[in-house]
Design a protein around this ligand. Structure first.
Ligand code: TXA
Ligand code: MG
Length: 345
């Protein structure tokens, strides 16, 4: 397939590119577009054949449902059968933005979009290109992260091109996204509502609006409520180990393992922080940002994992980060990327 690649400047959006992309969506094709969290691989959510193309392009298991993106709350009437009061409060506070809500679906949403479920995940992205594309398409756009299934989510146009050039009809490249980690998923069909995937909107932020919130046992469970959480995910090609404990001891342990691997002739990658990067003596060291800046760490996380893929390292050794606020989502992704390979010091 010949993929059209278009560059767009988000401070001055070229409407002819949006119209071109919207026409592809209207005709049942696939378009990769930027959102504020990560790039999404979009198609018409109400057209089962179009949704199927998303699964094919990503190599995604068909039981893993897609998030439906809207540009206007009025679109909800088409796709959601009931809007609980808590959802209204959350939409008012966080939309457009990185919060996905799970609702009961209407008949108009094909099961091919929801992985066979009677519920539908919906979010309104906070990005001018995404919002304009949805509006001009005149439909709702189903879009998972625009990576090949299992790989880290794409946070730059280059990441997308590397994974999906030749597999989709069009890629809109607008450079780096702002947040870098996916939306929080909250199921509002149950009481209390339940977090199915931690994300940029933290548990504390949700609690502040609606009080009580449950958290799915996605870390340990074989049957997480968001089907996607069961798959190996966000994963670089190399084996990855996370060291957790007091930072100075973690650095010492990583240095010692890095030396051992290096002496065996292995290529080692180390995920460090701005403060610690100078303290490592072996391997290729990348800083993920300042230890205290969770926003920086979230933004750099997937790019660092992909950079190690490009360098073809054999093993990645990573520091761990605080689990508070946004740190909870960061550690969730790191732990998944390592397939739960954590060593406590
Ligand atoms: O920030 C984001 O959410 C990005 C951007 C592109 O919007 N999208 C994204 O989509 O991360 P994806 O497909 O990579 O992750 C969607 C997650 C999967 O774990 C899936 O199982 C879950 O949402 N999900 C979707 N619909 C669901 C439903 N009806 N019930 C439970 N989980 C659902
Ligand atoms: Mg994904």
């Amino acid at each position: 397939m010949n993929t059209k690649i278009r560059k767009i400047d988000i401070t001055n959006v070229d409407s002819s590119i949006i119209i071109e992309a919207a026409n592809i969506i209207k005709h049942g094709g696939t378009v990769v577009f930027p959102t504020e969290t990560v790039y999404g691989l979009g198609a018409d959510a109400l057209n089962e054949k179009a949704s199927k193309k998303i699964y094919e392009a990503k190599g995604r298991p068909s039981d893993n449902p897609l998030i439906v993106h809207i540009s206007d709350k009025r679109d909800l009437i088409k796709i959601v059968s009931h809007i609980p009061e808590v959802a209204d409060m959350l939409m008012e506070k966080f939309w457009p933005g990185p919060l996905t809500l799970i609702f009961n679906k209407t008949k108009d949403v094909p099961k091919g979009t929801t992985g066979g479920l009677d519920t539908v995940a919906v979010r309104m992205p906070n990005h001018p290109v995404a919002l304009e594309l949805i509006k001009q398409s005149g439909t709702c756009i189903a879009a998972p992260s625009a990576n090949i299934s299992g790989k880290p989510s794409p946070t730059t146009g280059e990441h997308v091109i590397e994974d999906l050039d030749g597999r989709v009809d069009m890629i809109i490249n607008s450079g780096s996204v702002g947040i870098g980690i996916e939306s929080t998923i909250l199921d509002v069909t149950c009481n209390p509502p339940m977090i199915l995937r931690p994300g940029y909107v933290t548990v504390e932020m949700v609690k502040e609006i609606i009080g009580n919130v449950a958290i799915d046992n996605f870390q340990e469970s074989d049957k997480p409520k968001a089907p996607g959480m069961k798959y190996r995910h966000y994963a670089p090609k190399a084996d990855m180990v996370i060291y957790s404990g007091e930072t100075s001891k973690v650095i010492e342990a990583i240095n010692s393992i890095a030396k051992e691997k290096y002496e065996k002739g292995l290529k080692v990658g180390i995920i460090a922080t701005e403060e610690s990067q100078m303290l490592y003596k072996y391997g290729k060291v990348f800083s993920i940002g300042k230890r205290k800046s969770e926003k920086q760490i979230a933004k750099n996380l997937y790019a660092v994992l992909r950079a190690f893929d490009d360098m073809e390292v054999d093993i990645i050794l990573s520091e761990s980060f605080s689990e508070g606020d946004l740190g909870y989502a960061i550690m969730n992704r790191l732990v998944k990327a390592s397939s739960n390979n954590i060593i406590k010091i």
